[in-house]
Structure formats: C-alpha cells, structure tokens
Design a protein around this ligand. Structure first.
Ligand SMILES: C[S@@+](CC[C@H](N)C(=O)[O-])C[C@H]1O[C@@H](n2cnc3c(N)ncnc32)[C@H](O)[C@@H]1O
Length: 276
C-alpha cells in the first residue's frame, strides 16, 4: 500500500471556503478569538503567531480588533491558501514553517501569544507535546498558548427527528473517530486530556473552555464534516469505499432536512509559559 500523505486534507478554493466558514461558525459560537483568560492583551507591542494558519483567517479577523502596532505572523507548511502579501494588512505576515522542524533562531522567544487550531491531522502519534514544546520555544517568558480543537471522544450522532434514519451518519462517525490502516487519520484522543498535557509541559494558569455546538450550528458544521471527509477520502484514494459511504451520508442528511449530524464538544485550552 502507498504511504499515506503527510497531511490528508486538500488545498484549493473549496478547502479555503471550508476553513473560512468553519472559522466564522466557531467564532460566533465561542464569542472570542482570544480567550479572555489571556491577560497580556493591553500591551501595545504584542507579537502574536498563528501556527498552521491555513487561510490566515483567524489572524486576519483578529487584525480588525487590534491596533496596527501589534505584529501578527502566520506560519504554515503551505501559505498558498492565504491572500497575497499585497492584500494583507501591513502588520500581518505569512511565512512557511513546519512545526515539526527545528525552530529557526530568529523565532525563538519572540511571541506573546501562540495560537493553534484544528490540528487533528497534524499532531503525530496522538501526542501534542512536541508541538507544545516548539510553541514554548517561540514564546517569550509569560507568553500564552491557546489551542482549539473538536473533542472527537464526545462525538455523537444527533437528530432533529425521532424517526430519522441515521445508518450512514453512524458509519461516518465510526470513520471520524477511529482510524483504520487504510484511513490513518489521527482521531484526536489526545484532545480530551489537553489541559493535563499543558500542565505536564510546565504551563501555568491553565483554563479550559468546553461547549457543545448550538443546535443552529449543527447543520452547517455537518457540511464542513462532509466536505473535510470527502477531501480526505479523495486524497487517500477511496480507502475502504469510504467515498461512497460519505455520499450516502450526505444523501441521508438531505433526506432528513439537514437534521442529522455529527456533534462533538469544542474545546479551547490556554496556558501561560513560566519565567520572566
Ligand atoms: C485544518 S487546517 C487549520 C487552519 C487554521 N489553523 C484554522 O484554524 O483555520 C491545518 C493547517 O495546518 C497546516 N499544517 C499541516 N502540517 C503542518 C506542520 N507540520 N507545520 C505547520 N503547519 C502545518 C496545514 O497546511 C493547514 O493549513
């Protein structure tokens, strides 16, 4: 069997639209871009990094809320999903970085806040610790990490109707939460214990914010799940016939008036680096 791709999601305009929609849905429900426990926001010369920035949408949205004296740097293995340099605000920059590689010297000890979001397909061996350690290297003493994920250990099939047929949505769930040899996508069992992992990594003042999706959010979130799983199935070459299963789940969703969906908790964990 061919080696699975290092990163199983696609790029291109459909993926960009998926990520941008996901951003606004999460922001609307969470009610913040930076968790209120992060206490350094009043400083004028803040430096904020978004690791695995994707389309750059979190950073660009944040740039609307902060003075132009704040430096906002996005990092990704592929910055082609971001707008071009000429269309970015002057205090926003996007740069290539693989967070699994050694951190370049000029990025060590630079940032007040590191943001990481939607890294289920990036964390290796179900252990976010190496990425937390790299982020700690990039932070100043007393800098903050903010990490946001879905907790798939809470994933369930929900339905707006008592008699809804959910057979294929149940199958979708089993693929979403449990990788198989030919569907080697990390299922994120590590998210449930993220606060504990932060503590082990020496972070302080750890706060976890956890909420279930609002019901109005479920249908659009399910669109995103279907799109993401379709991308993965295409990239993995239709492993285990998963592509057909996704099409059937999509039909089941439509046949139930968009009232059958996967739901899992949304989790943000923040913590402060010691020192200073
Ligand atoms: C699911 S997207 C999330 C994007 C963004 N964080 C957001 O909240 O919209 C994950 C991003 O991580 C990037 N990525 C994958 N592997 C990475 C790595 N080793 N280092 C840095 N970024 C990586 C991908 O290119 C992709 O843009």
């Amino acid at each position: 069997m061919a080696e699975p791709p290092a990163y199983p999601l696609a790029t291109g305009f459909r993926s960009v639209a998926r990520l941008n929609l996901q951003h606004y849905l999460w922001k609307q429900q969470q009610g913040y871009l930076i968790h209120p426990a992060i206490s350094c926001m009043q400083e004028k010369s803040l430096k904020i990094a978004d690791v695995g920035t994707g389309t750059g949408i979190w950073l660009l949205d944040l740039s609307e809320q902060l003075p132009s004296t704040v430096q906002l740097d996005g990092f990704d293995i592929d910055v082609s999903q971001c707008p071009p340099r000429a269309w970015l605000p002057s205090n926003v920059a996007m740069r290539k970085l693989d967070i699994h590689d050694e951190i370049p010297k000029e990025l060590v000890g630079v940032y007040d806040i590191i943001n990481i979001r939607f890294f289920l397909c990036v964390v290796k061996d179900r252990d976010p610790t190496p990425i937390i350690k790299k982020s700690l290297q990039m932070l100043k003493p007393k800098g903050w990490i903010q990490w946001t994920e879905q907790d798939l250990s809470t994933c369930k099939v929900v339905s707006a109707f008592t008699d809804a047929d959910t057979k294929y949505t149940e199958q979708l769930k089993s693929f979403a939460i449990a990788p198989t040899p030919d569907w080697p996508v990390n299922h994120g069992s590590w998210v449930a214990s993220m606060s504990e992992t932060f503590r082990h990594a020496g972070l302080k003042y750890i706060v976890e914010d956890r909420n279930e999706k609002h019901s109005w959010n479920l249908s659009s979130s399910h669109d995103i799940t279907l799109l993401a799983m379709e991308e993965v199935s295409l990239k993995l070459g239709n492993a285990s016939g998963v592509h057909e299963m996704i099409q059937k789940a999509a039909l089941e969703f439509e046949n139930n008036q968009r009232g059958v969906a996967l739901a899992s908790d949304r989790v943000t964990v923040v913590g402060m680096k010691a020192g200073g």
